[in-house]
Design a binder for this molecule. Structure first.
Ligand SMILES: *Cc1c(COP(=O)(O)O)cnc(C)c1O
Length: 400
């Protein structure tokens, strides 16, 4: 016991609250979906899940999870290489690799782990990792764990990327890898993968893309940001999640050439020292990928795009300040943490559930509400949400 230690934590916690940065968790009494409830409270329209295709509580996906649970048991009680690999793990790896067009894929407990795992075994002290400044926290942590030299470029700034590449080359980097989110999760910006792959070619660099906010719904057949940008087959290493559009259970993957995946199986620490994915998760993820690849996937993506356009237009019409784009992530800029919190609270009262984002998730002066569209939302849901945004925004004098 150290009273000094605990009072230091109390002070830090109070500081977070005072700054308007306190994040609350609201426990649902329902499955994830377009309509949720907290306890026995009223129905809430849910506009902040990563449930892009609406598969998180899809009957086919849930049935596949149940079936896998029955067929393969609750879990492996082992890491993969000791005695924790079943056919369903190999099946999910093969389906993932085939979907995204890679030779092989390897599963992790989360995309956070995939990104934490991928750099250290592949890149040594003579290599250079060039990373976009807005890359996800898990990439930043993964890069930190490797011994490679680190370079950063201003987000999506291709001139600055070229500068970093030139610098890395001049400083004698052996292998260079350019690392970017396929979609930046706070802004919904889709990375300029055309320019990035062209620069990679010029500098003989590899490319690594984290497509967590794209896999399953962006580009033809939902094959992701490279497919969307027309540079499919030119991304060397892909990391992604099953915890968003692809079923929403959990789990991550790295897809790449055989040698990359083989080496990760031998050396990646979050793979070697952590439990195999539960069969039910593999079953749900397999079903989700198969839906995403099918004609039903096309229908879901069409609905998602229609919902995104309808909501964006409606908010712009009301006078909200949005970051422009065409992704189902729609950031509504408030620039002030207290304002973002007040708007989210007023919307909640009106039965619309959104989450305010403030520091440290976004820069201090760029607080916002990030809305995310889902194929499970209907046009009537969208219009109801717009009505709530109209009255709450006027009451708080955010819009006229
Ligand atoms: C959500 C997300 C992750 C983490 O995915 P998990 O599977 O939930 O760990 C990693 N990278 C990006 C860009 C993400 O948006």
């Amino acid at each position: 016991m150290s009273d000094k230690f605990y009072s230091r934590l109390d002070q830090e916690l109070a500081g977070i609250k005072d700054a308007g940065l306190w994040k609350v968790e609201r426990p649902f009494s329902t499955p994830q979906g377009p309509i949720v409830r907290v306890g026995d409270g009223p129905e809430l329209l849910n506009l902040c899940a990563n449930n892009y295709l609406g598969l998180a509580n899809d009957s086919e996906v849930v049935a596949a999870a149940e079936e896998a649970n029955r067929r393969w048991g609750a879990g492996l009680a082992s890491v993969r290489f000791i005695c924790g690999t079943q056919d369903i793990h190999k099946e999910l790896e093969a389906e993932t690799a085939a979907y995204f067009g890679y030779e092989d894929a390897i599963l992790f407990a989360a995309a956070f782990d995939a990104n934490g795992a991928v750099f250290e075994p592949l890149f040594g002290p003579d290599d250079a990792i060039i990373s976009d400044t807005l890359n996800h926290a898990s990439i930043i942590d993964g890069v930190r764990l490797s011994k490679a030299r680190r370079y950063r470029y201003a987000t999506n700034d291709m001139g600055d990327l070229e500068r970093a590449l030139t610098e890395a080359k001049a400083e004698g980097a052996c292998q260079i890898v350019i690392v970017t989110d396929g979609v930046f999760s706070m802004d919904g910006t889709i990375a300029n993968l055309g320019a990035i792959t062209a620069l990679a070619k010029r500098f003989d660099a590899l490319t690594l893309v984290d497509d967590c906010h794209a896999s399953g719904f962006l580009g033809p057949q939902g094959r992701g940001s490279a497919a969307y940008r027309g540079v499919e087959g030119q991304i060397d290493i892909l990391t992604g999640t099953y915890g968003k559009a692809l079923g929403g259970a959990m789990g991550g993957f790295v897809a790449a050439k055989r040698q990359v995946v083989d080496l990760l199986r031998q050396r990646a620490r979050p793979y070697l020292f952590s439990n195999a994915l539960a069969p039910s998760i593999c079953g749900a993820s397999l079903a989700a990928i198969r839906i995403a690849r099918s004609e039903r996937g096309d229908l879901l993506r069409a609905q998602l795009a229609e919902n995104s356009a309808r909501f964006r237009d409606g908010l712009e019409h009301l006078g909200y300040d949005l970051i422009p784009g065409e992704h189902p992530i729609i950031p509504i800029m408030l620039y002030d943490a207290h304002k973002a919190q007040a708007l989210a609270a007023a919307l909640y009262e009106a039965g619309v559930y959104v989450t305010p984002f403030s520091f440290p998730v976004v820069p201090r002066d760029l607080a916002r509400i990030r809305v995310q569209m889902s194929a499970a939302l209907t046009p009537a849901h969208i219009d109801r949400a717009l009505d709530a945004f109209a009255s709450a925004g006027r009451k708080l004098e955010i819009i006229a």
